[in-house]
Structures are given as structure tokens and as C-alpha cells.
Design a protein around this ligand. Structure first.
Ligand code: PEP
Length: 249
């Protein structure tokens, strides 16, 4: 039985004051849910220290939204895996569609980032997903398979079990359009099958999150699907009540 995992992706949002209110709202509303689910927030790098301070010894973990493939040096603007670890991060998103679209990240680079994250002891959340044009052309499976394949090839078999996958159809992110539970389940089942080609055991244990306009009113049905093991939440993670409602779902 896979434990559910709900991760909030704050994207480029936040301020020290707003974060303090959001984090304390989440922590105080969580109570005993941690018996059944894990929960984390992935925040802009400058707020990692605040997370460390405010979430330490709470059931809420934290992480980054990206990392560099380099360990240190002349890479202005980048954040190393060791820096995320230094601030107590457990997770890091890699290959979010906004990174792929606005920063030209290829699946090979995303795979390298996942390898670097794992080597540093971080859990990479590898994001894959098709655009609307891909879906309409009937290419959903080919696209998400190719995105995942690069990571499956790069990650050593003994590390694969630590990976979290996120299926995020690009057309559903921040748009209010959600994949139907059936559509999402089909994609998740397909992705699990791709992982199974490398290791059936790992595929069985791997948590695959759905992301794309997951909200309190659609979370229950999505999370009830056999292969949907949690959510990667954008907009709804910025309101404690909404994020908590999804976690409780
Ligand atoms: C995301 O940013 O990964 C995301 C899923 O956003 P939203 O929930 O707002 O669609």
C-alpha cells in the first residue's frame, strides 16, 4: 500500500509575512492526518530558511523547485543540491513544465538533475506531462513516456525507488481545467507500466502524483484512483484551508 503524498508548489509566490501565516495554518490544521499521508511544500529558495525554522519538528516537509546539476562554482543564479540539504529540504521538483517551457530544460537535463538530487539525499519529484496539442494529436503516451525514459535510463536501479513521479498535463496547470479522474488514471497506469519495464517492484512502490488544477472539490475523486498516489498542488497550495482540504481528501 503506497502512502499518499501531497506537495504544494508555491511557484514564485510568497513573502515572509504571508508564508508565516500559511505555514502555521497548515501545521495547525494537519493534526493526525500524518498517519495516512505525507505532506510537503516546495518553496522559492529564499524561503527555505523560513521553512526550516517554522516546519522543523512538524509533520510538514519542505523542498526546492529546481536545482543545479553542478556542485558549486561559476553558475550565477543557480542553487546546488547541497544548499537545499543545508536548509533541511527533503524534496526537489525537477522538470516542472514551466522549467521546460521557459528555461528550455530537456528531458536529459531533467534526468541529470534527478540523479544529482538523489546523490545528495533529496527526493526528486520528476514532472512529466503533455501539452494540449500533444493530447489532441493522440501523442500523450509517447510524450510522457519519452520524458520519463530519459530519467529511467539515467537513474541507477538502486536509486529509482526513492523517486516520486508527477503527471501534470500542461493544459491543466493553472488553467482550472482538470484531467478527468479516468484520464489521469489512464496516464498514471501507463507511467507505472513504463517504470515496471525497469523494475516491477519499484513500479509497484513508486508514488505517482497528479498535478493540474487539483482543488478541494475534485481532489477526492482523483485521489481515489488506483494509480494516483497524491497531488502536486499549485494555486490551491497558497490557501491553508484549500491545501488542508486536499490533504484530508
Ligand atoms: C503546479 O504548479 O504544479 C500545478 C499543478 O499548478 P495548479 O495546481 O495551479 O494547476
Amino acid at each position: 500500500m503506497r502512502r499518499k503524498l501531497v506537495i504544494g508548489n508555491w511557484k514564485m509566490n510568497g513573502s515572509r509575512a504571508a508564508n508565516a501565516e500559511l505555514l502555521s495554518g497548515i501545521v495547525s490544521g494537519l493534526k493526525d492526518v500524518n498517519d495516512r499521508a505525507d505532506c510537503a511544500v516546495c518553496v522559492p529558495a529564499p524561503y527555505l530558511a523560513q521553512c526550516q525554522q517554522e516546519l522543523n519538528a512538524t509533520p510538514v516537509a519542505w523542498g526546492g523547485q529546481d536545482l543545479s546539476i553542478h556542485a558549486s562554482g561559476a553558475y550565477t543564479g543557480e542553487v546546488a543540491a547541497s544548499m537545499l540539504v543545508d536548509f533541511g529540504a527533503s524534496y526537489v521538483l525537477v522538470g516542472h513544465s514551466e522549467r521546460r517551457a521557459y528555461h528550455g530544460e530537456t528531458s536529459e537535463l531533467v534526468a541529470q538533475k534527478a540523479v544529482v538530487a538523489l546523490a545528495a539525499g533529496l527526493i526528486p519529484v520528476i514532472c512529466v506531462g503533455e501539452t494540449l496539442a500533444d493530447r489532441e494529436a493522440g501523442n500523450t503516451e509517447a510524450v510522457i513516456c519519452a520524458q520519463l525514459q530519459a530519467a529511467l535510463e539515467a537513474i541507477p536501479a538502486d536509486r529509482l525507488a526513492q523517486v516520486v513521479l508527477a503527471y501534470e498535463p500542461v493544459w491543466a496547470i493553472g488553467t482550472g481545467k482538470t484531467a478527468t479522474p479516468q484520464m489521469a488514471q489512464q496516464a498514471h497506469h501507463f507511467l507505472r507500466g513504463c517504470v515496471a519495464q525497469k523494475s516491477a517492484d519499484v513500479a509497484d512502490k513508486m508514488r505517482i502524483l497528479y498535478g493540474g488544477s487539483m482543488k478541494p472539490d475534485n481532489a477526492g475523486e482523483l485521489l481515489a484512483q488506483a494509480d494516483i498516489d497524491g497531488g502536486l498542488i499549485g494555486g490551491a497550495a497558497l490557501k491553508a484551508a484549500d491545501f488542508l482540504a486536499i490533504i484530508h481528501a
